[in-house]
Design a protein around this ligand. Structure first.
Ligand code: NDP
Length: 263
């Protein structure tokens, strides 16, 4: 039986096991997917091997360790600087990043996007700005502080003090503001200025309507939370585990059924 797991810390909240086990069951695969809490990121590869895993998903705070300690890294993960999927192939561990393409798939119904404002400058902002830029969408970064801007050398970056409002087709919140409280990702005046002139809004947080999405709704934007991004990064990781042997739509259908029950 092939074994898989999601590795991170904390990990009890992760719904990856539910998604992957459902798809494995529906596709008749003799596999099992569990969760593993790791206390030291530098142990990620030795744990992967000790658990005899065929593949793993990696979550906060170990995506950089996964990238740096793998045998081979795909170009997307290299460009973003983090990996969320590890796959064992011919005794070597390959690292991938499916967050970026998962995000892109989740906004496929948002047509005609040419210019995006990405709020936040952490790991998720890096993945999202990379994939938008790769798809010829102009990206501007807005963060509360400047200390992470060296990770975004190809982008225009602003903090709250030097940002001047302009027109964007989509505004993406990649911060964790609003996850556990009712805080907004930027001061409300800044956000109101951009939202009133935008068409789409996306929040990577899932399972709740954040203050950011409430404001987007107030300004009549078409908006989405991060549920589909979560779903599609899992679908893409699943197919990497099995060398693209399965129909993406079938995996998506299985995972979506169980995700809809959870969120
Ligand atoms: P990081 O810690 O790498 O970055 C967090 C960013 O958010 C930083 O830029 C930080 O600013 C900013 N920030 C944090 N709190 C606030 C706040 N209260 N107000 C304004 N800015 C704030 O986090 P990640 O990028 O790894 O994760 C961000 C979110 O994305 C998490 O909520 C995570 O759950 C979600 N996520 C969702 C996924 C999905 O599939 N839907 C996939 C991956 C992540 P500063 O630089 O000043 O500290």
């Amino acid at each position: 039986m092939k074994l898989f797991a999601v590795i991170g810390n904390p990990i009890t909240h992760s719904i990856s096991p539910i998604l992957h086990n459902k798809a494995m069951l529906d596709l008749g695969l003799e596999c099992s997917y569990s969760r593993f809490e790791l206390s030291n990121g530098s142990d990620i590869i030795s744990k992967f091997k000790a658990l005899s895993l065929s593949g793993a998903n990696v979550t906060v705070p170990y995506k950089e360790f996964a990238l740096n300690l793998s045998d081979k890294v795909c170009d997307t993960a290299k460009a973003i600087g983090s990996a969320n999927t590890l796959v064992l192939k011919n005794q070597k561990i390959y690292a991938y990043n499916t967050d970026a393409d998962g995000f892109l798939k989740s906004i496929k119904d948002f047509k005609g996007i040419k210019k995006a404002l990405v709020i936040g400058a952490g790991g998720t902002a890096k993945a999202i700005s990379y994939i938008l830029n790769k798809n010829d969408i102009e990206v501007c970064i807005l963060n509360r502080s400047k200390h992470r801007f060296s990770d975004f050398i190809n982008f225009r970056c602003y903090d709250w003090t030097d940002f001047k409002s302009e027109q964007f087709d989509i505004v993406v919140n990649t911060t964790s503001a609003g996850l556990k409280d009712d805080s907004l990702c930027t001061p409300i005046e800044l956000l109101e200025q951009v939202l009133c002139d935008s068409q789409f809004a996306f929040d990577v947080i899932y399972g709740k309507k954040t203050p950011f999405l409430k404001l987007a709704d107030k300004y009549n934007l078409t908006y989405k939370d991060g549920k589909d991004m979560l779903l599609f990064q899992a679908v893409l990781a699943f197919n990497l585990f099995f060398d693209n042997a399965f129909d993406e739509e079938k995996i998506e259908k299985s995972m979506r059924e169980v995700l809809n029950l959870k969120l």
